[in-house]
Write a protein that binds this ligand. Structure first.
Ligand code: GLU
Length: 375
Protein backbone atom coordinates (compact mmCIF):
# COMPACT_ATOMS: atom_id res chain seq x y z
CA UNK A 1 0.00 0.00 0.00
CA UNK A 2 1.02 3.55 -0.46
CA UNK A 3 -0.52 6.98 -0.65
CA UNK A 4 -1.93 9.59 -2.92
CA UNK A 5 -2.87 13.20 -2.17
CA UNK A 6 -4.05 16.27 -4.06
CA UNK A 7 -5.01 19.87 -3.33
CA UNK A 8 -6.65 22.76 -5.11
CA UNK A 9 -7.47 26.02 -3.35
CA UNK A 10 -5.79 29.11 -1.94
CA UNK A 11 -3.06 27.79 0.32
CA UNK A 12 0.48 26.87 -0.60
CA UNK A 13 0.05 23.31 -1.82
CA UNK A 14 3.52 21.87 -1.11
CA UNK A 15 3.56 21.94 2.73
CA UNK A 16 -0.04 20.73 2.82
CA UNK A 17 0.67 17.84 0.46
CA UNK A 18 3.69 16.87 2.52
CA UNK A 19 1.72 16.90 5.78
CA UNK A 20 -1.04 14.81 4.22
CA UNK A 21 1.49 12.31 2.88
CA UNK A 22 2.95 11.99 6.38
CA UNK A 23 -0.48 10.92 7.63
CA UNK A 24 -0.38 8.10 5.07
CA UNK A 25 3.09 6.89 6.02
CA UNK A 26 1.60 3.96 7.92
CA UNK A 27 0.66 2.46 4.55
CA UNK A 28 4.32 1.86 3.73
CA UNK A 29 6.36 3.27 0.82
CA UNK A 30 9.80 3.34 -0.75
CA UNK A 31 9.87 6.74 -2.47
CA UNK A 32 7.87 9.94 -2.65
CA UNK A 33 7.18 13.01 -4.72
CA UNK A 34 4.99 16.03 -5.36
CA UNK A 35 4.08 18.24 -8.32
CA UNK A 36 2.86 21.80 -7.92
CA UNK A 37 1.47 24.05 -10.63
CA UNK A 38 2.33 27.72 -10.76
CA UNK A 39 1.73 30.20 -13.59
CA UNK A 40 1.28 27.50 -16.21
CA UNK A 41 4.37 25.52 -15.18
CA UNK A 42 4.55 22.34 -13.15
CA UNK A 43 7.44 21.85 -10.73
CA UNK A 44 8.15 18.26 -9.72
CA UNK A 45 10.26 17.12 -6.75
CA UNK A 46 10.86 13.42 -6.16
CA UNK A 47 13.14 11.21 -4.13
CA UNK A 48 13.90 7.68 -3.13
CA UNK A 49 13.32 6.81 0.53
CA UNK A 50 11.50 8.65 3.27
CA UNK A 51 9.43 11.81 3.22
CA UNK A 52 12.21 13.42 5.25
CA UNK A 53 14.34 13.30 2.08
CA UNK A 54 11.57 15.01 0.13
CA UNK A 55 11.25 17.61 2.86
CA UNK A 56 14.98 18.34 2.59
CA UNK A 57 14.78 18.64 -1.19
CA UNK A 58 11.88 21.07 -0.85
CA UNK A 59 13.77 23.10 1.75
CA UNK A 60 16.66 23.46 -0.71
CA UNK A 61 14.52 23.94 -3.77
CA UNK A 62 11.03 25.10 -2.87
CA UNK A 63 7.96 24.95 -5.10
CA UNK A 64 5.07 27.39 -4.93
CA UNK A 65 1.51 27.22 -6.12
CA UNK A 66 -1.96 26.46 -4.85
CA UNK A 67 -2.70 23.33 -6.85
CA UNK A 68 -0.73 20.11 -6.62
CA UNK A 69 -0.54 16.35 -6.25
CA UNK A 70 1.62 14.05 -4.15
CA UNK A 71 2.52 10.40 -3.81
CA UNK A 72 4.23 7.80 -1.71
CA UNK A 73 5.18 4.83 -3.86
CA UNK A 74 5.33 1.14 -3.16
CA UNK A 75 7.16 -0.05 -6.24
CA UNK A 76 5.50 -2.75 -8.28
CA UNK A 77 7.03 -2.05 -11.72
CA UNK A 78 10.57 -0.74 -11.65
CA UNK A 79 12.84 -0.53 -8.64
CA UNK A 80 12.53 2.24 -6.05
CA UNK A 81 14.47 5.19 -7.47
CA UNK A 82 14.05 8.89 -8.10
CA UNK A 83 13.28 8.32 -11.80
CA UNK A 84 10.61 5.75 -11.01
CA UNK A 85 9.09 7.85 -8.20
CA UNK A 86 5.83 9.59 -8.99
CA UNK A 87 4.56 12.07 -10.18
CA UNK A 88 5.16 11.05 -13.80
CA UNK A 89 4.86 13.47 -16.63
CA UNK A 90 4.18 13.46 -20.37
CA UNK A 91 3.80 16.83 -22.09
CA UNK A 92 1.38 18.90 -20.06
CA UNK A 93 0.05 15.97 -18.05
CA UNK A 94 1.31 14.92 -14.64
CA UNK A 95 -0.05 11.91 -12.80
CA UNK A 96 0.20 10.02 -9.51
CA UNK A 97 -1.02 6.45 -9.27
CA UNK A 98 -1.57 3.76 -6.68
CA UNK A 99 -2.16 0.31 -8.12
CA UNK A 100 -1.10 -1.61 -11.20
CA UNK A 101 -1.79 -1.16 -14.90
CA UNK A 102 -1.97 -4.79 -16.04
CA UNK A 103 -1.78 -4.16 -19.78
CA UNK A 104 0.94 -1.52 -19.62
CA UNK A 105 3.40 -3.44 -21.82
CA UNK A 106 1.06 -3.60 -24.80
CA UNK A 107 0.18 0.07 -24.34
CA UNK A 108 3.84 1.05 -23.97
CA UNK A 109 4.74 -0.69 -27.23
CA UNK A 110 1.86 0.98 -29.00
CA UNK A 111 2.73 4.42 -27.63
CA UNK A 112 6.42 3.94 -28.45
CA UNK A 113 5.48 3.14 -32.06
CA UNK A 114 3.78 6.54 -32.13
CA UNK A 115 6.85 8.33 -30.85
CA UNK A 116 6.43 8.42 -27.05
CA UNK A 117 9.65 8.28 -25.03
CA UNK A 118 9.57 6.82 -21.56
CA UNK A 119 11.82 7.89 -18.72
CA UNK A 120 10.83 5.40 -16.07
CA UNK A 121 10.30 1.65 -15.82
CA UNK A 122 6.88 2.11 -14.26
CA UNK A 123 3.50 1.00 -15.51
CA UNK A 124 2.17 4.41 -14.43
CA UNK A 125 4.06 6.53 -16.95
CA UNK A 126 2.06 5.10 -19.83
CA UNK A 127 -1.11 6.63 -18.35
CA UNK A 128 0.38 10.13 -18.56
CA UNK A 129 1.38 9.44 -22.18
CA UNK A 130 -2.06 8.12 -23.07
CA UNK A 131 -3.77 11.24 -21.72
CA UNK A 132 -1.20 13.52 -23.34
CA UNK A 133 -1.80 11.83 -26.70
CA UNK A 134 -5.56 12.42 -26.43
CA UNK A 135 -4.98 16.07 -25.49
CA UNK A 136 -2.78 16.47 -28.55
CA UNK A 137 -5.64 15.07 -30.62
CA UNK A 138 -7.81 17.90 -29.37
CA UNK A 139 -9.74 16.23 -26.52
CA UNK A 140 -10.40 18.33 -23.44
CA UNK A 141 -8.77 17.25 -20.17
CA UNK A 142 -11.72 15.34 -18.69
CA UNK A 143 -12.49 13.58 -21.99
CA UNK A 144 -8.82 12.71 -22.49
CA UNK A 145 -8.74 11.03 -19.08
CA UNK A 146 -12.02 9.20 -19.64
CA UNK A 147 -10.91 7.93 -23.05
CA UNK A 148 -7.58 6.77 -21.63
CA UNK A 149 -9.27 4.86 -18.82
CA UNK A 150 -11.15 2.86 -21.41
CA UNK A 151 -7.82 1.54 -22.65
CA UNK A 152 -6.26 0.56 -19.34
CA UNK A 153 -6.90 -2.57 -17.31
CA UNK A 154 -5.91 -2.94 -13.70
CA UNK A 155 -6.29 -1.35 -10.31
CA UNK A 156 -5.83 2.33 -9.81
CA UNK A 157 -6.37 5.45 -7.82
CA UNK A 158 -5.18 8.20 -10.16
CA UNK A 159 -4.90 11.96 -9.84
CA UNK A 160 -4.13 14.00 -12.95
CA UNK A 161 -2.83 17.54 -13.20
CA UNK A 162 -2.73 19.39 -16.53
CA UNK A 163 -0.52 22.46 -16.66
CA UNK A 164 -2.73 24.02 -19.31
CA UNK A 165 -5.88 23.48 -17.26
CA UNK A 166 -5.14 25.02 -13.83
CA UNK A 167 -8.69 25.09 -12.52
CA UNK A 168 -9.14 21.37 -11.93
CA UNK A 169 -7.65 18.02 -11.04
CA UNK A 170 -9.13 14.82 -12.41
CA UNK A 171 -9.33 11.71 -10.21
CA UNK A 172 -10.23 8.14 -11.14
CA UNK A 173 -10.73 5.00 -9.12
CA UNK A 174 -10.79 1.27 -9.68
CA UNK A 175 -10.18 -1.17 -6.79
CA UNK A 176 -7.94 1.30 -4.95
CA UNK A 177 -9.44 3.79 -2.50
CA UNK A 178 -9.76 7.53 -3.05
CA UNK A 179 -11.55 10.12 -0.94
CA UNK A 180 -12.27 13.78 -1.66
CA UNK A 181 -12.53 16.31 1.18
CA UNK A 182 -14.62 19.47 0.92
CA UNK A 183 -13.28 22.76 2.31
CA UNK A 184 -14.33 26.40 1.91
CA UNK A 185 -12.99 27.37 -1.50
CA UNK A 186 -10.54 24.46 -1.42
CA UNK A 187 -10.74 20.74 -2.07
CA UNK A 188 -8.53 17.91 -0.90
CA UNK A 189 -7.82 14.44 -2.25
CA UNK A 190 -6.31 11.44 -0.44
CA UNK A 191 -6.18 7.67 -0.31
CA UNK A 192 -7.51 7.61 3.22
CA UNK A 193 -9.42 9.72 5.74
CA UNK A 194 -6.59 10.47 8.24
CA UNK A 195 -4.71 12.47 5.60
CA UNK A 196 -7.56 14.99 5.44
CA UNK A 197 -8.80 15.28 9.01
CA UNK A 198 -6.71 18.38 9.79
CA UNK A 199 -8.49 20.23 6.99
CA UNK A 200 -12.05 18.98 6.74
CA UNK A 201 -14.55 16.45 8.01
CA UNK A 202 -16.78 16.61 4.93
CA UNK A 203 -15.81 13.81 2.60
CA UNK A 204 -17.00 11.96 -0.47
CA UNK A 205 -15.81 8.49 -1.39
CA UNK A 206 -15.41 7.55 -5.02
CA UNK A 207 -16.56 4.14 -6.21
CA UNK A 208 -15.03 1.80 -8.74
CA UNK A 209 -15.26 2.98 -12.32
CA UNK A 210 -15.94 6.58 -11.35
CA UNK A 211 -14.09 9.67 -12.49
CA UNK A 212 -14.15 12.93 -10.53
CA UNK A 213 -13.56 16.48 -11.59
CA UNK A 214 -12.12 18.29 -8.60
CA UNK A 215 -12.14 22.09 -8.47
CA UNK A 216 -11.67 24.54 -5.60
CA UNK A 217 -15.47 24.49 -5.28
CA UNK A 218 -15.76 20.74 -4.84
CA UNK A 219 -16.29 17.53 -6.75
CA UNK A 220 -18.34 16.40 -9.73
CA UNK A 221 -18.55 12.62 -10.19
CA UNK A 222 -19.17 10.81 -13.47
CA UNK A 223 -19.87 7.10 -13.84
CA UNK A 224 -18.34 4.87 -16.52
CA UNK A 225 -20.87 6.07 -19.08
CA UNK A 226 -20.27 9.72 -18.30
CA UNK A 227 -23.53 10.16 -16.38
CA UNK A 228 -23.39 12.50 -13.39
CA UNK A 229 -23.52 10.68 -10.06
CA UNK A 230 -25.11 12.42 -7.07
CA UNK A 231 -23.45 11.24 -3.90
CA UNK A 232 -24.13 12.62 -0.44
CA UNK A 233 -21.22 14.24 1.38
CA UNK A 234 -20.35 12.31 4.55
CA UNK A 235 -19.57 14.05 7.82
CA UNK A 236 -16.72 12.17 9.47
CA UNK A 237 -17.13 12.25 13.24
CA UNK A 238 -14.15 10.06 14.15
CA UNK A 239 -11.20 11.59 15.91
CA UNK A 240 -7.74 11.07 14.38
CA UNK A 241 -7.10 7.82 16.26
CA UNK A 242 -10.52 6.38 15.42
CA UNK A 243 -9.96 7.38 11.80
CA UNK A 244 -6.73 5.46 11.72
CA UNK A 245 -8.68 2.50 13.12
CA UNK A 246 -10.88 2.82 10.03
CA UNK A 247 -14.14 2.19 11.90
CA UNK A 248 -12.88 -0.86 13.81
CA UNK A 249 -12.91 -0.85 17.62
CA UNK A 250 -9.28 -1.89 17.87
CA UNK A 251 -6.19 -1.70 15.68
CA UNK A 252 -5.84 -5.44 16.11
CA UNK A 253 -9.29 -6.04 14.70
CA UNK A 254 -8.51 -3.73 11.80
CA UNK A 255 -5.27 -5.55 11.07
CA UNK A 256 -7.05 -8.90 11.13
CA UNK A 257 -9.63 -7.66 8.65
CA UNK A 258 -6.93 -6.10 6.49
CA UNK A 259 -5.12 -9.39 6.02
CA UNK A 260 -6.58 -10.27 2.61
CA UNK A 261 -5.73 -6.81 1.34
CA UNK A 262 -2.27 -6.83 2.91
CA UNK A 263 -1.56 -10.14 1.20
CA UNK A 264 -2.82 -8.93 -2.16
CA UNK A 265 -0.75 -5.76 -1.82
CA UNK A 266 2.35 -7.79 -1.04
CA UNK A 267 1.91 -10.03 -4.07
CA UNK A 268 0.89 -7.14 -6.30
CA UNK A 269 3.20 -6.98 -9.31
CA UNK A 270 5.36 -9.81 -7.99
CA UNK A 271 3.39 -12.75 -9.30
CA UNK A 272 2.71 -13.13 -12.98
CA UNK A 273 -0.09 -15.62 -13.53
CA UNK A 274 0.38 -15.22 -17.27
CA UNK A 275 4.01 -16.32 -17.24
CA UNK A 276 3.62 -18.53 -14.19
CA UNK A 277 6.53 -16.69 -12.59
CA UNK A 278 7.35 -14.81 -9.42
CA UNK A 279 9.73 -11.88 -9.24
CA UNK A 280 11.07 -11.16 -5.78
CA UNK A 281 12.81 -7.82 -6.04
CA UNK A 282 14.40 -7.08 -2.71
CA UNK A 283 15.07 -10.74 -1.88
CA UNK A 284 18.81 -11.17 -2.31
CA UNK A 285 18.65 -14.77 -3.53
CA UNK A 286 19.08 -15.88 -7.10
CA UNK A 287 17.18 -18.76 -8.62
CA UNK A 288 20.26 -20.97 -8.38
CA UNK A 289 20.78 -19.97 -4.70
CA UNK A 290 17.25 -21.09 -4.04
CA UNK A 291 17.77 -24.44 -5.72
CA UNK A 292 20.59 -25.17 -3.27
CA UNK A 293 18.42 -24.76 -0.21
CA UNK A 294 17.66 -28.04 1.50
CA UNK A 295 16.31 -26.80 4.83
CA UNK A 296 14.40 -23.73 5.97
CA UNK A 297 14.38 -22.22 9.46
CA UNK A 298 11.62 -19.78 10.19
CA UNK A 299 12.62 -17.81 13.27
CA UNK A 300 10.19 -15.55 15.09
CA UNK A 301 8.69 -14.55 18.43
CA UNK A 302 5.11 -14.17 19.68
CA UNK A 303 2.44 -13.69 17.00
CA UNK A 304 5.11 -13.83 14.32
CA UNK A 305 5.97 -17.33 15.58
CA UNK A 306 2.37 -18.37 14.92
CA UNK A 307 2.76 -17.00 11.41
CA UNK A 308 5.91 -19.14 11.17
CA UNK A 309 3.88 -22.25 12.09
CA UNK A 310 1.55 -21.57 9.17
CA UNK A 311 4.60 -20.85 7.01
CA UNK A 312 6.12 -24.23 7.88
CA UNK A 313 2.93 -25.95 6.83
CA UNK A 314 2.81 -24.08 3.51
CA UNK A 315 6.52 -24.28 2.65
CA UNK A 316 6.66 -28.02 3.25
CA UNK A 317 3.50 -28.57 1.25
CA UNK A 318 4.28 -26.25 -1.66
CA UNK A 319 8.09 -26.09 -1.84
CA UNK A 320 8.66 -29.62 -0.46
CA UNK A 321 11.60 -28.39 1.65
CA UNK A 322 11.88 -29.51 5.31
CA UNK A 323 11.03 -26.44 7.39
CA UNK A 324 11.28 -25.68 11.09
CA UNK A 325 9.44 -22.95 12.97
CA UNK A 326 11.86 -21.87 15.66
CA UNK A 327 11.32 -19.65 18.66
CA UNK A 328 13.70 -16.69 18.37
CA UNK A 329 14.53 -16.67 22.07
CA UNK A 330 15.59 -20.32 22.03
CA UNK A 331 17.27 -20.60 18.67
CA UNK A 332 20.66 -19.29 19.71
CA UNK A 333 20.77 -21.32 22.92
CA UNK A 334 20.70 -24.64 21.17
CA UNK A 335 22.98 -25.82 18.39
CA UNK A 336 20.81 -25.42 15.32
CA UNK A 337 22.05 -27.39 12.33
CA UNK A 338 22.48 -24.58 9.87
CA UNK A 339 24.97 -24.16 7.06
CA UNK A 340 25.15 -22.54 3.64
CA UNK A 341 22.38 -24.80 2.33
CA UNK A 342 19.98 -23.57 5.02
CA UNK A 343 17.66 -20.63 4.50
CA UNK A 344 17.03 -18.56 7.59
CA UNK A 345 13.77 -16.68 7.33
CA UNK A 346 13.25 -14.29 10.24
CA UNK A 347 9.76 -12.87 10.74
CA UNK A 348 9.27 -9.71 12.75
CA UNK A 349 6.61 -7.06 12.56
CA UNK A 350 8.82 -4.32 13.97
CA UNK A 351 12.01 -5.60 12.38
CA UNK A 352 13.61 -4.99 15.77
CA UNK A 353 12.71 -8.08 17.83
CA UNK A 354 15.96 -8.60 19.76
CA UNK A 355 15.81 -12.42 19.96
CA UNK A 356 15.02 -12.73 16.28
CA UNK A 357 17.89 -10.39 15.39
CA UNK A 358 20.23 -12.49 17.55
CA UNK A 359 19.10 -15.58 15.62
CA UNK A 360 19.90 -13.78 12.36
CA UNK A 361 23.35 -12.95 13.70
CA UNK A 362 23.95 -16.61 14.51
CA UNK A 363 22.71 -17.63 11.07
CA UNK A 364 25.11 -15.15 9.46
CA UNK A 365 28.02 -16.59 11.36
CA UNK A 366 27.15 -20.00 10.05
CA UNK A 367 26.71 -18.73 6.51
CA UNK A 368 23.01 -19.47 6.23
CA UNK A 369 21.24 -17.83 3.29
CA UNK A 370 18.91 -15.19 4.54
CA UNK A 371 15.71 -13.72 3.34
CA UNK A 372 13.88 -10.89 5.03
CA UNK A 373 10.22 -10.80 5.82
CA UNK A 374 7.77 -8.74 7.85
CA UNK A 375 4.43 -10.00 9.11
N1 GLU B 1 2.55 0.48 -10.11
C1 GLU B 1 3.03 1.79 -9.79
C2 GLU B 1 4.54 1.82 -9.68
O1 GLU B 1 5.19 0.80 -9.53
C3 GLU B 1 2.36 2.35 -8.55
C4 GLU B 1 2.79 1.66 -7.29
C5 GLU B 1 2.04 2.22 -6.08
O2 GLU B 1 0.87 1.83 -5.90
O3 GLU B 1 2.65 3.00 -5.35
O4 GLU B 1 5.10 2.86 -9.75
Amino acid sequence: MCGIVGYIGRREAAPLLLESLKKLEYRGYDSAGIAVLNSGKVAIRRCEGKLKNLEEILARSSVHGTIGIGHTRWATHGRPSETNAHPHRAGDVVVVHNGIIENYLELKEELSRHGSHFESETDTEIVAHLVDAKLSNGADFLTAVRQSLQEIQGSYALVFLNQRDPERLIVAKNSTPIVVGWGEGETFIASDIPALLDYTRKMTFLEDGEVGEVTAKGLRILDRKGKIVHRAVKEITWDAVAARKGGYRHFMLKEIHEQPRALTDTFRGRVSLKEGDVSLEGVPLTRSDMKKIDRIHLVACGTAWHAALVGKFMLEEIAGIPTEADYGSEFRYRSPLIDSRSLLLPISQSGETADTLAAVELGRKRNASRSVSGD
